[in-house]
Every structure is written in structure tokens, then in C-alpha cells.
Design a protein around this ligand. Structure first.
Ligand code: GAP
Length: 432
């Protein structure tokens, strides 16, 4: 079983590189641990995820305010938020091979995962990346790359209230990069040093916070299902009080059965009034004519972990004869390419010219359409299956006489002949 799971991970990593989803960061210079570069198909997948998230949680509601705050913030933000003092991990070093580990990640406490040597006493290690601002090279110039997008919303709380006068409850939402100096980045894009988050800070009155917590729990489950994440692999973990982050009174981790173990995919936290209090921010409550400090429910989603969970949930193989056919059964809504268009033969101008017109029409309609005339038709189908393209459309000699095309379904491999003018409605009807 472990072998199979390792193989699955290997297949995904290799497919992502080969087909242009995800490449190791700075590869031509030997790489940079904990960083990855997204290629054209990876960007398309990520953009689809982020756009669908924004549609559901921001545009689809009338109580959510989107922001895009600066990554660089005054370092006082991180002192007030508690990150300078408490965003730390216990770091241990092996006395034999000098490899460093997070103490809570060791397979066996006190023993090096790699060589079995003894690990020394743990030291505190702050997970924020430090950099400096301006020309001065002293401690007054120290600033941090944000380890969560959340604070960019809290520090804009007053701006949103002053500009829009929202009534409680209301939320702020943001998608953006976050950085953590992870001691041991690992497992492909699961634990990286630079990643993206999609976060909501939902401001409420303290009484009845449980109701909003339950509401967002359901919304998060609905979101995962809509992404095509295998819900049999999703589990909720009630975080024990001793393991809660410094700001949280209650947290549920949504865990996913990754090939390397059951690990956190998303988090849902009740942050109380911790953050607004820390930043000395409050709100004029019209009902009681008094100033109150709103409490916060925070659903937090990692974009990269979403990508990985979708890839793992979508990867399928079937066999015909001795040949194994790997494919990604992405939902149309997240698929980087909705359909590919090919002339049966590359070197026949009459097929090419016809196919170019079909391609252009589909591209104008759906955007995510690929022209594919590389190699023979079998190779093209194989390539499109591997990148999860739901439909392949081929223009052949019959097309020239009766204006019909073949449309092939990725999951079944079956082909149908339909009229050229029906392609768009055919796809629209079947999109998920
Ligand atoms: N604002 C709350 C917060 O940042 P978190 O549980 O530390 O909470 C939220 O992070 C989400 O960000 C995680 O559930 C995960 O999806 C993603 N995430 C955190 N660290 C990550 C890392 N090193 N690499 C990739 N994603 C990460």
C-alpha cells in the first residue's frame, strides 16, 4: 500500500513537470528547496481555483469585502499580532549528520530521521522570513515577509468600515502569497516556503460565534466537493487546546489523506477578538450605541494544497491491452484546457484551415482551448488525457463533406460525431 502511494506521488510529480504544470524552483542553478514554479497548465489550474473561490466567497455574497494588501508591512504589525514572539517551531539538529528537523516532525523523538543519530536539545526558531527595507542595514530596517494574509485584512478593518459602513456580521477576503521559513520543506507543493492562501476574516459579535463557525464549516466542505476533491479522503480534526495557535479558541483542521499521510489541507479557526484587540481597533455598534471589538471566524485555504489535493483526487489509470492510460479526471470548471482541436493530419492544408476556424470559435467562447497537431492522433489523445482535457475535437475528411467533427470523451475514450455548429452547446450541456 505504501509502495502504491509512493508511486502515485512519483507519477504526479513527474506528470506535473513533463506536461508543464509545476517545475522545481531555480532548477537551472541546482534548485532552491521549498520553492516551485508553476508552468502554463499549473497557472491555469491555480487561476481557475482562485477565480472560483472569489466567485463563491466574494462576488456571490453581499457581505464580503475583497482586499489585496501589501506583502510588506510595518514590523509593528507582526509584533502586535504575536508572530514575532510566538510564530516559532522547535528546531533540533542531529549530532552526527547535522541535518536539522522540526522536533514535532521527527518519526522518533530524539532520533535523526536520516541517519538515526541523536538529536540535541530543541531551539526556538521563528518561521518568518526577515528582510530589510531601505538603505539602512540595522535592526530598525528589519521587516518580515507575511506568514499569513490574515493580518493584511485586520490592519485594513478600519478602512473598510470607514469606506463602506458595513453592518456586522461581514467579512473581508484576500488571496495572496505568504512565506514561511519552513525548517524542512517537503512533499512536493505540500510544505513549501512560498505559497498562496485564500483567507476570510468574518467579523461577528461574540455571542453566537458557534453558529458562524458551523456555517463556514459547511461552506468549506461544499467548496472541497465542488473542486472535485475526493471527500472520502477528507477528515475533520478538532485541534486540541494545547496545540491551538496563539490566537485561536477553537480550530478544526480539514485533513486530507495524502500519499505521505493524513495532513492538514485547510483550517477553520475562531480567532476571538484577539487580532482587532492587538491592533487596538474597534467598531461602533449602532444597536447598542457603544464601541465593541468584533470577534472573528477565519476559514483559511492554501491554494497549493488545493492544487495537490485536486491532482491526487483526479489521477486515474486504465488499461487497454498492455497499455496503461493515465488521465486526470478534472471537473471542467478547474481543467486548464476545456477542449483541444486537431486536424486529423497535420500536412493537409484543407483539414488545417477548417480546424483553425473551429479552434478560433471555441477559443472565443471558452478561452481555455488548445490547438494540438503534434504527433499522431493517438499521441495527442494521450497527451490531452494526461493534462485532464475533457474533450478532443478532430477535423477529418468527412468534416469537409458534411460539416461534422468527432468529439472524444476523456474518461471513456469514446467518440461521437456531431455537427460543427453543435460543438459549443454539446460542451456547455456537459460541463461540470
Ligand atoms: N491565517 C491562518 C493561517 O495562516 P495556517 O493553518 O497556518 O493558518 C492556513 O495556514 C493554510 O495555509 C493551511 O491550511 C495550508 O493550506 C496553507 N499552508 C500553511 N503553511 C503552508 C506551507 N508551508 N506550504 C503550503 N501551504 C501552507
Amino acid at each position: 500500500m505504501e509502495k502504491e502511494e509512493n508511486k502515485l506521488m512519483e507519477n504526479i510529480v513527474s506528470l506535473c513537470k513533463r506536461r508543464g504544470f509545476i517545475y522545481p524552483g531555480s532548477e537551472v542553478y541546482g534548485g532552491l528547496a521549498g520553492t516551485f514554479d508553476y508552468g502554463p497548465l499549473g497557472v491555469a489550474l491555480k487561476n481557475n481555483i482562485k477565480n472560483l473561490w472569489w466567485k463563491k466567497f466574494v462576488d456571490g455574497r453581499d457581505d464580503m469585502y475583497g482586499v489585496d494588501a501589501a506583502i510588506l508591512m510595518n514590523s509593528s504589525v507582526w509584533k502586535a499580532s504575536g508572530h514575532v514572539d510566538t510564530f516559532t517551531e522547535a528546531l533540533v539538529e542531529c549530532s552526527k549528520c547535522h541535518k536539522r528537523f522540526r522536533e514535532d516532525h521527527l518519526k522518533e523523538k530524539g532520533k535523526c530521521d536520516d541517519c538515526g543519530g541523536a538529536t540535541g536539545d530543541a531551539k526556538k526558531f521563528n518561521g518568518m522570513f526577515k528582510t530589510q527595507i531601505g538603505a539602512m542595514d540595522d535592526s530598525s530596517a528589519t521587516i518580515y515577509l507575511r506568514p499569513e494574509t490574515a493580518q493584511g485584512m485586520f490592519v485594513n478593518f478600519k478602512n473598510i468600515v470607514d469606506s463602506f459602513h458595513p453592518k456586522l456580521p461581514f467579512g473581508m477576503a484576500q488571496i495572496g502569497k505568504a512565506f514561511r521559513n519552513e525548517i524542512t520543506p517537503r512533499d512536493f507543493i505540500f510544505r513549501v516556503r512560498e505559497f498562496e492562501q485564500m483567507e476570510i476574516e468574518y467579523f461577528i459579535k461574540s455571542e453566537g460565534w458557534e453558529k458562524y463557525f458551523e456555517y463556514f464549516r459547511d461552506e468549506m466542505l461544499e467548496w472541497m466537493e465542488s473542486m472535485g476533491i475526493d471527500m472520502n479522503k477528507v477528515h475533520e480534526l478538532e485541534v486540541l487546546s494545547e496545540d491551538l495557535a496563539h490566537y485561536s479558541k477553537r480550530t478544526i483542521d480539514f485533513e486530507f489523506d495524502f500519499p505521505f499521510g493524513r495532513k492538514e489541507l485547510y483550517g477553520l479557526a475562531y480567532r476571538t477578538d484577539y487580532d482587532l484587540n492587538s491592533h487596538k481597533l474597534d467598531y461602533q455598534d449602532e444597536e447598542t450605541s457603544s464601541r465593541i471589538v468584533p470577534h472573528v471566524i477565519e476559514p483559511s485555504f492554501g491554494v497549493d494544497r488545493t492544487v495537490l489535493a485536486i491532482l491526487l483526487s483526479s489521477y486515474k489509470e486504465d488499461t487497454s491491452g498492455d497499455e496503461v492510460r493515465p488521465y486526470l479526471d478534472f471537473k471542467t470548471s478547474v481543467a486548464p484546457v476545456i477542449c483541444a482541436v486537431s486536424p486529423l493530419l497535420k500536412n493537409k492544408p484543407e483539414l488545417r484551415d477548417y480546424a483553425r476556424v473551429v479552434y478560433r470559435n471555441l477559443k472565443d467562447e471558452f478561452g481555455r482551448v488548445m490547438w494540438d497537431d503534434n504527433g499522431n492522433i493517438g499521441k495527442r489523445y494521450r497527451r490531452q488525457d494526461e493534462i485532464g482535457t475533457p474533450w478532443c475535437i478532430v477535423i477529418d475528411f468527412d468534416t469537409l463533406t458534411d460539416d461534422s467533427v468527432t468529439i472524444r470523451n476523456r474518461d471513456t475514450g469514446k467518440q461521437e460525431r456531431i455537427k460543427k455548429e453543435d460543438i459549443i452547446s454539446y460542451i456547455k450541456e456537459k460541463m461540470d
